[in-house]
Design a protein around this ligand. Structure first.
Ligand SMILES: [Zn+2]
Length: 580
């Protein structure tokens, strides 16, 4: 039976999201005259694995995975801020932290919901049963790991981080050495147990005064951590040694960039003596930190305001993208190099965040269809051979963007065109090699590898620990089913199935009504079939960890009504086959 899915699958790569250090750390590098590739290579020094002592009782592990993990030692226990992205990275960091102290973990703090901060938590917790702190909305965003667009975000995340590239192709990941993530990466997530609302909360954990501040920016649930007695700031992902990722090319909803700048203002007024970000190395010195925080928030506001100004003056998106550049005093900051986020991508995101997809020119309201456009381009070039020649000439003269564009047109006309395939592959590799943003570089190189046969496979759900699978609400799984309906096969269907979950006493109804599946958290009315089982059993079936037919036969899933109707109902949920 084809029980759809694409629904479940929890992988570490779903979401996603510096410092002059203590003595041994790299100093900022003079980048004048270096190529993009050389600059990005230099940037790797930022990620040499080290546990850096910041103050008597604060250490930060940098370079073990994409995100840092921070150790705060208290009287009889420790507090961990952020837990890295995987079991393997968390174990490597924990081994180092255990050399510093053997005290149990009393508390874990998540600065936000991104997987590179939360997926190693089970390793740090061990048997210590710590409290897990976050902002009140973080559990909601963790649930959205199973969001309806999970399959596409997963695939694009694999490209953004270059997770499937060969060693050596990924110089670094912009804000860390790499993201430890892939179809077979074990993760161990614990959900928050203590959340706060409003603007801030004050805690004393193991004798350490800790203040948590709501600071939306890179994510809407972002917080920063402040140790007032040491004037030590942990800004989460709202500050690191790269131009901020105001837009993530893996795909993201609009990030409110002015919220981000305002959150940095909240940090500036505290005048931190130490700054320990969740990516890149820590900083020390109140004046220097204040200067970098100021430049950072000014860069964000500059890009925002000048984009809006261009929009209001009637410039097109492309024109604004070409016009908005950081001024020299910001462009030269070591904290604003485009190793992760890029200014032009940010402009595009701000434009579409305010105005949506339509640029304003009526020409773009109803563009030519892909094939019609390609045929006209061939005619314009003087025939298909002439178009091929122009693509080859562009390639030979290293005009890679143009050669790629022409190759794409040729591939619309014939996706088996070997010359165009070769051109496209070479162009993607060359553009990747010349790209300063690590995410852009990895995206180019991964798509080149896909041209050469790489397949991005779905995550192995058998690696998800039972307690993690149990922790997600079953409603997330059912709600995600509707977007997998094969509407073309269901246009003549009107069938309702009821669900009753015996462990949570939840009921749901799913009605397929002529091409649409309507999911409701209420009892089904006159269902053709009903399912009665435990939430965990149903999740295991959706995760392909349990055979549904066997579950029906064994009685683990009780079916009332027509089993055939139920099987035919379930068979209608399947992803669209996309040969590309
Ligand atoms: Zn992060």
């Amino acid at each position: 039976m084809k029980l759809l899915m694409g629904v479940i699958c929890i992988a570490t790569s779903l979401f996603l999201g510096g410092c002059e250090d203590q003595g041994s750390a790299p100093k900022s590098v003079t980048s004048a005259g270096l190529s993009a590739n050389e600059k990005l290579t230099e940037h790797s020094k930022e990620f040499e694995a080290a546990v850096i002592q910041v103050t008597d009782n604060v250490h930060v592990a940098v370079g073990y995975g994409l995100a840092n993990s921070i150790l705060i030692e208290g009287e009889d226990g420790v507090i961990i801020v952020d837990t890295t992205e995987s079991v393997a990275v968390a174990e490597a960091v924990k081994k180092e932290f255990d050399k510093i102290t053997k005290k149990p973990v009393t508390a874990i703090i998540y600065t936000h919901n991104h997987v590179d901060h939360i997926m190693g938590s089970g390793v740090f917790a061990g048997d210590d049963n710590p409290d897990i702190y976050s902002y009140e909305t973080t559990p909601h965003y963790i649930d959205k790991i199973l969001q309806i667009i999970r399959p596409v975000i997963y695939k694009r995340s694999m490209r953004q981080f270059g997770s499937l590239l060969h060693d050596g192709d990924v110089l670094n990941a912009g804000i860390g050495p790499f993201l430890d993530s892939g179809p077979s990466t074990p993760v161990d997530l614990l959900r928050p147990t203590k959340t706060f609302s409003g603007n801030s909360t004050k805690l004393n954990i193991e004798g350490v005064n800790i203040e948590l501040y709501f600071a939306p920016g890179e994510t809407p649930d972002q917080i920063f951590v402040w140790l007032p007695d040491q004037k030590l700031l942990m800004p989460g992902d709202n500050f690191y040694r790269s131009f901020p990722n105001l837009y993530a090319i893996r795909g993201t909803a609009y990030r409110d960039v002015m919220d981000w700048a305002s959150s940095i203002d909240k940090m500036r007024v505290l005048k931190p003596e130490y700054l320990v970000p969740s990516h890149t190395r820590p900083l020390q010195g109140a004046d220097e930190i204040y200067r970098h925080l100021t430049d950072y928030r000014d860069a964000i506001q500059f890009v925002h305001d000048q984009t809006i100004r261009g929009m209001n003056m009637g410039f097109t998106l492309q024109q604004i993208t070409e016009r908005v550049k950081l001024p020299a005093h910001l462009a030269s900051s070591p904290y604003l190099q485009e190793f992760y986020g890029r200014v032009d991508w940010s402009v595009r995101s701000i434009f579409s965040g305010y105005l949506g997809w339509f640029g304003g020119n009526a020409t773009d309201l109803t563009p030519l269809d892909e094939l019609g456009n390609a045929k006209r381009m061939v005619e314009l070039a003087g025939g298909i051979d002439a178009l091929r020649d122009k693509s080859q000439t562009a390639l030979a003269t290293k005009d890679y963007q143009w050669a790629l564009k022409l190759a794409d047109i040729l591939l619309v006309l014939d996706k088996e065109d070997e010359g165009a395939q070769e051109t496209r592959t070479v162009c993607l590799k060359e553009l990747g090699a010349g790209e300063i943003s690590a995410t852009g570089r990895s995206y180019y190189l991964t798509q080149a590898a896909e041209m050469e046969g790489l397949k991005i496979t779905e995550p192995d759900t058998t690696l998800v620990p039972e307690r993690m699978l149990r922790s997600f609400p079953v409603a997330q799984y059912l709600n995600a089913m509707s977007v997998n309906l094969a509407a073309e096969d269901a246009l003549d269907k009107d069938v309702t199935v009821g669900f009753e979950f015996t462990d949570t006493n939840e009921v749901f109804s799913i009605q397929i009504r002529r091409g649409v599946a309507i999911v409701k958290a209420e009892a089904a009315v006159n269902p053709q079939a009903s399912v009665r089982t435990e939430t965990y059993v149903w999740k295991e079936i959706l995760a392909k960890r349990r055979n549904p037919a066997l579950a029906f036969a064994s009685g683990d899933v009780e079916v009332t009504g027509s089993v055939l109707d139920l099987l035919s109902f379930l068979s209608l949920f399947q992803p669209i086959e996309n040969p590309s």
